[in-house]
Structures are given as structure tokens and as C-alpha cells.
Design a protein around this ligand. Structure first.
Ligand code: GLA
Ligand code: ZN
Length: 682
């Protein structure tokens, strides 16, 4: 099966990016050049007007869309697309001066001055009204325009506001959720430090000692953002019902639960700026990127997403302005496609002359022509895209899913303890993810409320919080034959961040996991601990492995031991276990081990389950294989993250190289930082 193209009338890869001609209106020659260079670079899609409010409405109520008419018409003439933005990410100074309520109030209680961007109050009726007016005008004006491809709502929503209006909305939100203050006190365990509230207005979101409060404030911010976004979308949906809407995300940005934002989007868009800093081996950054992309695809059940922003050379806000080495840009773009992107776009198309982004990489550099290394690399992507039309709309088929849950991460973050120096939730999800990435196995990255039906293996790294119904669903998944790998710190608190009583893992998981987690040893870097595989264990694991940060003392309640602790007062006690439950199994890792052990464990479990690898033979270190398929054709992306040539054993299979047209068999040679797209020949 295939998904329809992101822009339905355009069944090709979207290529282009943020384009800000409103900054160049006094330089019409540059704009002419922009259009000439579009054809040469193979760019066909442009995010327009993201920060253009002042040029649309230089004075309150006085509108001017001439420049946008001109750009839209010229794009349409070429058959190219606009992803038209709503400009709410930054507002005109006149608005801030006349209506200070559009500005945020910070945690200090003071109202911000006019500055920067991404800092409007989400509640302000004035701001909402102004946004509604401008969004309506844009939708009215361009609803029948052939260049209108999709809507890009605002830009990278983030932050918080503590103005009186927002606080009022917070109290309202709490009242709706908890009904009575008494119920809230119980759910938040406010009896602590004399915090039991007697009125909603007493609940100050800055109070850091009530964990449930902090968790709910993060949820409230997400709700507020989604509510604001829905408000922005009303006129767009009304006037252009066929046009799809998105908001650009920022990977694993901690400030918003992106699964909720995803629900408001028609398709997912992500901004991604990996720093390929290592001279020899960037596989760590590579696998982390893979995990982010897999999540963005999984957010809409496998539907292709848009890489909305990336940098064709180097950003100006990361610590080093390290240029992309030859091959790196191509690999970065192919990697996004490999995991489900049907668009690879940039920030930005033409580099601005001044202000704080003047040194940020762009397709067209200050020199202004096409004879730059970056422009040539971008043009190569344009050519590659044309050879990959068959990939559009295809997805992946994953038997494995990793659960990465925003709320669970927040709950862990906001808890003082169990050990504070090294919680590293996302890093830990990544360590588990990497074992599959290295093996060339497709993985979905889901949240804990997603359906598990499609999967045979579920990985639960540090799922600290169990949302309502989760434990029952895991019980069913395993009883019906599914396999789970869970780690330390699973099943500790409920969705109010209150610890489960009656033994961990809570909520009935003790029975499913076949163990009781009595206590957690948060070890220091000076402590020496190991896990030692026990003789004759059913996964045939062998050897001793270093352990860091977390060691739980667990008691078997039906589970069998695979490895025990090697040191200290709990030496010989179980550390890694497996429990048969119904027709399935649960593996439990009570300790944070070195990566080598994770690789061994996950390889043994994959072997046991006969999880399908994209390529049959073991991949060289630093190389991954990822696959997109429509159920019939299989497109295999092979990516080398080492800066040296590598050879990939293809066994007995044959492939067609989609970029050169050649048949490939026996082995595939990859350049340093090289990449290839192969179609499997059956
Ligand atoms: C973000 C923003 C863009 C731009 C880039 C620079 O992703 O959305 O407007 O500032 O960063 O990297
Ligand atoms: Zn506010």
C-alpha cells in the first residue's frame, strides 16, 4: 500500500525550504536570480512568509500582499509549490507597543519587552484576534492559487507565559480535570510541606516541590499550544478544506508533548540539525537521527513526513561551524528518506545579508551564484530525488517498536531521585534503539498509548510512568505471544507521578514480569558493578559486562535468571531475567549496562524471534540498512557513517542501484560517508 503524496497534485519529493523574499524586496535582481537557481538546484517547494507579518501588515489594519502575489504567481508558472506559513511566530513591533498583552510574562512575573520571536501569549484574545485576521486574509487570497501546496502553521511552537490570562486559563484547566480541589490534593499528594490547596488561585505553576503540579503544567502548556494551533487552523480549514496543515517540530524537544501536537497536524514536519562533528565516525549521531525520523513516521502510523528544515552546510548556533564533509549532505538527506521522509527541505534558500542568521548555511550563499560546493551538493539531491519517485508514499514494515513517552520522561525528570546524576531517558532509549539500527532492522518509535497490534517485539526503556490501561495492554500483548524487553525504572509511578504501592513494577506488571523490584541502587562512578551471564542461560549469553548508574535489587517471582550481579553486597543476585507469561516472554534488565551487552541481548532476542533483517549478512560497524516498501517493491538504503570506505556483504541477493541503474550483487562498496539506494530484485 502507498500513502498519497504530501501535496496531492505533486507526486515527487519536495525539495526546497524556508524562502524569505520579503527580506529582499529592495533587491529585485536577487529575487530574479532565486527563480533562475530554483531550476538548477532542483528545488520545487518553498515555505513562505514564516516571519513576514510586518511586510503583510506594516500598520494596524493596512494590508499589502503584493510581494507574495508576485512570488506565488512565479512559483505557479514553474509548477512549484508554496507551503504557506501563518506568521504568528513573530509579530510586528507596533502590535507589541499598542497591545502589550500579546507579550509573554516570564517566571519573574515581569512582562517581556518587544524582542526576538516565538514569544507571544497563547491566551491573549488580542493576539488570537490578530492571528485570525491575518490567517483569514491569507486563506481568502490564496485559496484558489495553484501554488498553494500546504499550510505551515506558525514556527516551532515553544515556551510558556505566566500572565494573568494564562494563569486564569490554567486554573480553568485544572478545575475541568480535577473537578474538586480535594481530588487535586489527593492526586498531587499536596499534604506534603503543607501544600494542600483550598482554592484554585493558590496553585502557582512555579512551585517546584509538587511533582504532579509540574507534570500537569507541562501538560497544560501542550494543551494551550494545541488549542492555539487549532485556533490558527480554523480559517485555513474553512477556506481551503483540501489543503493539509502542519507545524514544524524540533525532534525530541522536551517542552511540548509532540504526540498531542501530531494529532492536530495533517502530516508531520520536523526540523533537524544534526552536528556531524566527529572526524572518523558519526554513527552515534546517525542512529540518533534514525530514531527521531522513525518517531516522526510513527506519529501518523507510518505516513511519510516532511523534513521541513535542515542545513545544507553548517548552522550558526551550534558550538562549531563544521562544514559538511563530502558525502555527508547526501547521506543526511537519504537517511531522512530511508526512514520515511517524502520531502527534504532546508533552512534556508537564500542566506540573509544581516541580523542574527547571516552566517547560517543556505542553498544560495552571499556570493549569489550557483558555483559553490553547497549549491552543487543541493543540486545533486535534486537529481537524486527524480530517480526515487517510486519511493514516494511507501513506508516501512516494523516488527519492533520502542516506546518513548514524553509524559513518562517529564515524570522522571520532575522527580527528585531515584538517582539524579544520570537519568538520561532519551539517551537510554537511543542505546536500545541503536542495537536494532546497527542490525539493519526497521523500528517504529511509539508512545505508550499507541496500539501494539502490529508488533512482535516491544522495547520499554525506563518507562517510569504507567498511564491508565497500559499494564493491562502489556499483559494482553505478552499473553498473546508478544515479547517485551523492559529496563530498570519501569512501572514506578502512576499518571499523577505518585509511586505505586504494593511493589514495583506496579499495576499488575509484577506478575507479567515475574519479579519484584525491591530497591534501586543509584551507583556512583567510583562503584564497580558488573552483570555476569549465568551458565546455560536460555539466550546463551556469555561473559561479564560493566554496569553504570542504576542497579535494582530484584526478587524472582517466576522469572528465570540470565545474568547476576558480580560485585558488592548483592553479588549473585539476579540482574537480567526472562519470564514466560501466557504465550509470550518478558526480558527485564535491572541494571544499566554497557552497550556491548545491550547489543548481545537484543541480537539474541531478535535471533530467537527470527526478526527480519533488511540485509541478511552482518553489517560493518558504522553502516545501517533501512527499508521502505509498498508491500511489494523494497527500497533498501545503505548508509555509511564512518569516514572510510566500507564493503557490505549482500550474500546471495541481487539489487538494482537506483541512482546508477547498475545491478549490484555479492557486495556493495560504499565511499567514506557514502550512501546507496538499492531496489531488491526478487
Ligand atoms: C529554526 C527555525 C528557523 C531558523 C533555524 C536556524 O529551526 O525554525 O527559523 O531560525 O532554526 O537553524
Ligand atoms: Zn499569557
Amino acid at each position: 500500500m502507498k500513502y498519497p503524496p504530501i501535496i496531492s497534485k505533486f507526486p515527487h519529493f519536495l525539495h526546497g525550504g524556508d524562502y524569505n523574499p520579503d527580506q529582499w524586496l529592495k533587491h529585485p535582481k536577487a529575487i530574479d536570480e532565486d527563480f533562475r537557481l530554483m531550476d538548477l538546484s532542483g528545488c520545487n517547494t518553498f515555505s513562505l512568509g514564516i516571519f513576514a507579518w510586518t511586510s503583510y501588515e506594516p500598520e494596524e489594519g493596512k494590508f499589502n500582499f503584493d510581494w507574495l502575489d508576485m512570488i506565488m504567481d512565479r512559483l505557479a508558472k514553474k509548477g512549484y509549490n508554496a507551503i504557506l506559513a501563518t506568521p504568528s511566530g513573530a509579530r510586528p513591533a507596533w502590535m507589541a507597543m499598542k497591545y502589550p498583552e500579546v507579550l509573554r510574562v516570564s517566571r519573574s512575573g515581569l512582562r517581556e519587552t518587544y524582542n526576538n520571536r516565538h514569544n507571544h501569549c497563547w491566551t491573549s484574545p488580542v493576539y488570537r484576534e490578530k492571528v485570525n485576521i491575518i490567517n483569514t486574509k491569507l486563506a481568502e487570497r490564496y485559496k484558489y492559487h495553484p501554488a498553494l501546496g500546504a499550510w505551515h502553521v506558525s514556527n516551532e511552537y515553544n515556551g510558556e507565559c505566566l500572565c494573568d490570562l494564562c494563569l486564569k486559563s490554567w486554573y480553568e484547566w485544572l478545575r475541568k480535570k480535577y473537578k474538586t480541589i480535594d481530588n487535586l490534593n489527593e492526586c498531587w499528594w499536596t499534604y506534603f510541606w503543607s501544600h494542600n490547596y483550598t482554592a484554585w488561585e493558590q496553585i502557582d505553576p512555579r512551585d517546584g516541590c509538587v511533582d504532579g503540579l509540574r507534570l500537569d503544567w507541562a501538560r497544560f502548556i501542550t494543551w494551550q499550544c494545541c488549542d492555539f494551533m487549532k485556533h490558527e487552523i480554523v480559517p485555513l480549514k474553512k477556506l481551503t478544506p483540501a489543503a493539509k496543515v502542519t507545524a514544524n517540530m524540533m525532534g525530541f524537544f522536551n517542552g511540548l508533548d509532540y504526540w498531542r501536537v501530531a494529532e492536530v497536524c495533517d502530516f508531520i514536519a520536523d526540523d533537524s540539525y544534526p552536528s556531524w562533528y566527529k572526524p572518523d565516525d558519526n554513527s552515534d549521531t546517525g542512529s540518533f537521527q534514525g530514531m527521531a525520523h522513525d518517531m516522526h513516521r510513527s506519529m501518523k502510523g507510518g505516513k511519510p513526513f516532511v523534513l521541513m528544515e535542515s542545513c545544507p552546510s553548517a548552522t550558526n548556533w551550534q558550538p562549531y561551524h563544521r562544514l559538511k564533509r563530502p558525502g555527508v549532505h547526501k547521506r543526511e538527506m537519504l537517511q531522512a528518506i530511508a526512514h520515511g521522509a517524502d520531502a527534504t527541505m532546508y533552512f534556508q534558500y537564500r542566506k540573509g545579508m544581516g541580523s542574527c542568521e547571516k552566517f547560517h548555511g543556505a542553498v544560495i550563499d552571499h556570493v549569489g551564484h550557483e558555483k559553490t560546493r553547497v549549491f552543487k551538493e543541493v543540486s545533486e539531491i535534486g537529481k537524486i530525488h527524480r530517480k526515487l519517485d517510486a519511493v514516494i508514499g511507501t513506508s516501512t514494515k516494523s516488527e519492533v517498536a520502542i516506546v518513548n513517552d514524553w509524559e513518562s520522561n517529564w515524570a522522571l525528570d520532575y522527580s527528585a531521585g531515584p538517582t539524579n546524576a544520570s537519568k538520561k531517558y532519551i539517551e537510554n532509549c537511543h542505546s536500545m534503539y541503536r542495537t536494532f539500527w546497527k542490525s539493519g532492522v526497521s523500528v517504529d518509535v511509539i508512545e505508550s498509548t499507541c496500539s501494539f497490534d502490529k508488533y512482535r517485539l516491544l522495547v520499554l526503556p525506563m518507562l517510569f510512568m504507567l498511564k491508565k490501561g497500559f499494564a493491562e495492554r502489556i499483559d494482553k500483548f505478552v499473553s498473546d505471544g508478544g515479547t517485551v524487553i523492559a529496563t530498570y525504572l519501569t512501572g514506578i509511578v502512576d499518571d499523577h507521578d505518585r509511586c505505586f504501592t504494593g511493589g514495583w513494577p506496579g499495576c499488575g506488571l509484577r506478575k507479567v514480569f515475574g519479579l519484584w523490584n525491591e530497591e534501586i541502587d543509584g551507583i556512583t562512578p567510583d562503584d564497580k558493578q558488573q552483570v555476569v551471564a549465568v551458565k546455560g542461560n536460555e539466550l546463551n549469553l556469555k561473559g561479564k559486562f560493566e554496569v553504570y548508574d542504576y542497579c535494582e535489587r530484584i526478587h524472582l517471582e517466576g522469572a528465570k535468571v540470565l545474568a547476576v550481579y558480580g560485585n558488592d553486597f548483592y553479588s549473585g543476585e539476579p540482574a537480567i531475567t526472562v519470564n514466560r507469561h501466557g504465550k509470550g516472554k518478558v526480558y527485564y534488565m535491572a541494571a544499566r549496562t554497557e552497550d556491548d551487552f545491550l547489543m548481545k541481548l537484543s541480537s539474541a532476542v531478535m535471533e530467537d524471534l527470527k526478526i527480519r533483517k533488511i540485509l541478511q549478512k552482518t553489517l560493518p560497524d558504522g553502516v545501517t540498512a533501512q527499508m521502505r516498501t509498498d508491500g511489494k517493491r523494497e527500497f533498501v538504503f545503505v548508509l555509511n557513517f564512518k569516514s572510510k570506505k566500507q564493503t557490505v556483504d549482500l550474500g546471495k541477493e541481487k539489487f538494482k542501484d537506483m541512482l546508477t541503474g547498475e545491478t549490484v550483487k555479492h557486495s556493495l562498496k560504499l565511499e567514506a560517508d557514502g550512501s546507496a539506494v538499492l531496489e531488491r530484485i526478487f
